[in-house]
Design a binder for this molecule. Structure first.
Ligand code: MN
Ligand code: MN
Length: 475
């Protein structure tokens, strides 16, 4: 067989892997880098779920989106772009389509919470000559990642007279930062060398150094803690009890950075899952009024199992959907709501694990995602025998594949590690319970859940284009 014929056969029968950078025109490459500059800005302003929510609302208001709650009491026609914020930590955007909502919406659901260290409710204490802060980690972290790095504090405090005070300390280059100390290698041998990694670092030892100037003389008990509390009172009017009603998060203080001589990748805290939040936000903001209603959901609490009133297990989507039915003058009865949900299609927008050159063993190479090969489709997640997963149907995977191919989106497939290696879940199963089709779909990243997660700019851009193509599908 001649070479040309063989090549043609191979191209026809084999599944090809495409590297995004092999496919782009010069113009597209320029757009890709520009898009990622704005993505980095979003990451830097969105270090917590509350701050991400603020950025999302700001960007959508700038594009003419209106708070849906203001439309529930007065009738105003011709408004088709709306948003809803719940508890300041969970957001939904929608562009009403020409078709009735009963025929379903195209939904993209991401999450805006990320692993971090939360301050405990009674956090301040002293030891030796220092004032310290106790934390409780949130989400799945490798505890040693959080030692010996600069950390910033972000949060909301409700005072005893019901004042709501926001604090951000450690993001400005002139701000002080906080840190969890680590043992020096010289002395770590005996107590850690023969300890299992899972036991070498204790959650109760993730304490932040917060000051070392005492108040009062050396007869005073707790004078380093007092020094801290006195400073907080003078500067912010906080008392120790105020921290009981507070949500304060310690997050990496570093900004998002380009990685590599060619600047082709981004290193940053919080890319799981703000990369999907940003790309789906940009996708909906750049979608022309579609036939089918477009919805972007930005959930909280995914990292702790989507629990609570702002997580994907809550009634937030049903509530938003019934508001959409109401403002568009459609029936808001239970049946209409159920039909609107069951007829919808959803991309569960979350990151997957890219294969790491130094840890290939945890992946099965044929089915693992790789950096730079485009948006990753993950048919199922879960652990063991797909337990805890939402396994997308062949029909729906087929539909998304066709949309991507038609729109020249570079895509790949992925799975979360080898069988029985570990695993994990996303919001997919909590949306699937409404009966809608759901597929996990987002970029694959390296060092997931670390303070410096790595993404490929090519994958970020393809994810944006992929989400946009999904919103424009009207079948
Ligand atoms: Mn995630
Ligand atoms: Mn995660």
């Amino acid at each position: 067989m001649d070479k040309a014929r063989l090549k043609k056969i191979k191209k026809t029968v084999q599944k090809m892997e495409t590297l995004v950078f092999d496919q782009l025109s010069q113009k597209q490459e320029k757009q890709l880098f520009k898009f990622n500059e704005n993505y980095k800005k979003f990451l830097n302003k969105s270090k917590t779920e509350r701050k991400a929510a603020i950025q999302i609302v700001k960007a959508s208001e700038a594009q003419g989106f209106v708070n849906i709650d203001t439309l529930l009491t007065k009738k105003s026609k011709n408004i088709n772009k709306v948003y809803k914020v719940f508890q300041g930590r969970c957001v939904a955007l929608a562009i009403l389509g020409k078709k009735p909502l009963l025929s379903g919406a195209n939904i993209i659901a991401s999450h805006i919470d990320s692993p971090r260290l939360d301050l405990k409710q009674v956090p301040f204490y002293e030891d030796l000559s220092m004032g310290l802060i106790k934390t409780h980690y949130y989400g799945g972290i490798r505890k040693y990642h959080w030692l010996a790095i600069p950390l910033a504090l972000h949060g909301t405090i409700i005072t005893s007279n019901n004042k709501n005070i926001e604090i951000t300390i450690g993001e400005d280059p002139d701000d002080p930062v906080f840190t969890v100390t680590d043992l020096l290698p010289h002395l770590a041998g005996k107590i850690q060398a023969n300890t299992k990694l899972s036991e070498a670092f204790e959650g109760e030892k993730l304490n932040l150094i917060a000051g070392s100037i005492p108040l009062g003389n050396d007869e005073e008990k707790n004078r380093f803690k007092l020094g801290l509390l006195n400073l907080l009172y003078k500067k912010y009017d906080f008392t120790e009890e105020d921290f009981v009603s507070a949500e304060i998060e310690a997050v990496p203080a570093e900004k998002a950075r380009d990685i590599g001589f060619d600047r082709s990748m981004i290193g940053s805290y919080g890319q799981d899952d703000r990369v999907c939040a940003y790309t789906s936000l940009e996708a909906i903001l750049n979608t022309q009024p579609p036939d089918k209603t477009a919805i972007a959901l930005f959930f909280d609490k995914e990292e702790i199992g989507s629990e609570g009133s702002s997580g994907a297990k809550s009634n937030f989507l049903e509530d938003f959907m019934s508001d959409l039915l109401f403002i568009s003058g459609q029936g808001t009865d239970n049946r209409s709501l159920r039909k609107s949900l069951i007829n919808s299609s959803c991309l569960s927008a979350d990151v997957n694990a890219a294969m790491d050159p130094d840890f290939k063993d945890v992946h099965e190479t044929m089915n693992a995602a790789k950096l730079g090969f485009g948006i990753c489709i993950t048919k199922f997640t879960g652990t063991g025998g797909k337990s805890g997963s939402s396994d997308a149907s062949a029909e729906f995977v087929g539909k998304i594949r066709q949309i991507f191919n038609k729109n020249k989106i570079v895509w790949q497939t992925g799975e979360l590690g080898k069988i029985d290696q570990g695993g994990g879940g996303t919001v997919a199963k909590f949306l699937a319970k409404f009966g809608m089709n759901v597929l996990d779909c987002g970029p694959a990243i390296l060092s997931m859940h670390s303070p410096f997660e790595v993404s490929s700019k090519a994958d970020v851009y393809m994810t944006y284009l992929g989400y946009k193509a999904f919103y424009s599908d009207n079948d």
